[in-house]
Write a protein that binds this ligand. Sequence first.
Ligand SMILES: [Zn+2]
Length: 127
Amino acid sequence: MPESSNDARRESKTYSGGCHCGRVRYQVTTDLASVIECNCSICSRRGHWLNFVPAEQFKLLQGQDALTDYQFNKHIIHHNFCSVCGVGSFARGKNADGSPMAAINVRCLDDIDLASIKTTKFDGKSR
Ligand SMILES: [Zn+2]
């Protein structure tokens, strides 16, 4: 059987996630169909596995006051991280069409079986 990128029938559901210390908490509705493993300077250092969703599918429940906003390069993406525990559990930015999006660090979702996630390598380093 050919290997597909994750199970296409994986249903969209609402996950909870957040940082390590628990100050930053969010909910995101996603099917996790596309999880990106990027080799750019920040993703390789942080070990991100990213899932991009429209901003309306992401809801920050708490922790806005604990977030530090880190930006670099073209300052397109807000690489938020918790100022207490240092974990970057999500980022915010805009899609190419200008619509707001959230980039979820799939590693920070609660009760996720990382072994069941198939990632797609993305060459962000060369961009
Ligand atoms: Zn924290």
